[in-house]
Design a protein around this ligand. Structure first.
Ligand code: GDP
Ligand code: MN
Length: 303
């Protein structure tokens, strides 16, 4: 009896098509997680993509909150993986991050302070890269980046995004809230990281120091970019698709070959962009065009 045989994978046989269910394509759902929300998990369970083709990957910080989230996550994993067979995922990987979060508090007001952004996005980028490089396998066709606070999507999220057959495609991330004036639930744009570039932003970048980054959604940094968040129209066509220069990572479908080519999340100023916005730029430089869907929405948790 000799040594174990060498396992060969032929990447040419891993298909990436607009009908991934029919072609039994493997997908990796990657989630950096600072907090655990039951609604996130429930939504994940409701995804109609065959669970036996889904691998889940998580990365959590080693803080008190991160420990808490990890144990809540593990409880749900136990329950799901020992429950009905059709609900079980192919495999699940949990990583604990070996660097500290950039901000001590995960409260929204603290997270979104302009002064905290560079350090925060750097940490997010490193977390995403660690997660990606430890989980991407030879049979992975697709990577779905799904934030831990996305609490509502269509059950057909994966099939819907894949149907566009784009190398990178992002849904429009909104948030539901109670409007005290109308006394009704309403929704508003949440993620401003998906955009088309502007002359203004490019000029601002030109005048920046090599380590400086441009951020979106801050009055102090008026970029005049065209934001995916504001491209949606009431009753607008779900299949409207627009090219983008920056993308957010809230619900982002990527063909695995884009990452295999080396497109990752820069934790440094890359063309004055960082993290998911830097990823879009890097992918573009590698020849992969990102797209966004103005009227196809996913919903962010409301704190
Ligand atoms: P925001 O929605 O733009 O305020 O960004 P979030 O704070 O929600 O961060 C995006 C995603 O990364 C969410 O899934 C968070 O749970 C997660 N996250 C935030 N900070 C960290 C961190 O320090 N480490 C890890 N591993 N995940 C984080
Ligand atoms: Mn969030």
């Amino acid at each position: 009896q000799g040594p174990p045989p060498v396992t060969r994978y032929n990447l040419n046989k891993v298909t990436v098509t607009s009908d991934p269910v029919r072609n039994q394509e493997h997908i990796l759902i990657l989630t950096p997680m600072a907090r655990f929300y039951q609604q996130y998990w429930d939504n994940l369970l409701h995804l109609s993509y065959p669970h036996e083709l889904i691998t889940l990957g998580f990365i959590l910080p080693k803080t008190k909150e991160g420990n808490q989230a990890t144990s809540l996550l593990q409880q749900q994993i136990q329950k799901t993986q020992h429950g009905p067979e059709k609900d079980r995922f192919k495999s699940i990987i949990i990583l604990r991050q070996d660097f500290d979060p950039a901000v001590a508090s995960q409260d929204e007001s603290e997270r979104h302070k302009l002064g905290n952004q560079k350090a925060r996005r750097e940490v997010m980028a490193k977390a995403r890269n660690s997660l990606l490089f430890t989980t991407l396998g030879p049979s992975t066709s697709w990577v779905l980046w799904l934030d831990a606070d996305i609490v509502e999507t269509e059950p057909t999220l994966i099939q819907d995004l894949a149907a566009f057959d784009k190398p990178i495609i992002v849904a429009n991330c909104f948030q539901k809230y109670y409007d005290p004036e109308t006394k009704k639930m309403a929704e508003r744009p949440y993620d401003f990281n998906s955009w088309q570039d502007s002359e203004n932003a490019l000029k601002m970048a030109e005048q920046m120091g090599p380590d400086d980054i441009l951020l979106e959604g801050y009055a102090e940094l008026a970029t005049y970019r065209t934001l995916l968040a504001y491209m949606s129209t009431p009753g607008g066509k779900q299949d409207l698709v627009v090219p983008l220069d920056g993308v957010g990572g809230t619900a982002l479908l990527v063909k695995a070959d884009v990452h295999r080519d080396g497109a990752m999340f820069p934790a440094f100023s890359f063309y004055h962009l960082i993290e998911s916005e830097g990823f879009a730029k890097m992918a573009k430089r590698l020849g992969w065009q990102p797209y966004g869907l103005p009227n196809y929405k996913v919903y962010h948790y409301n704190e």
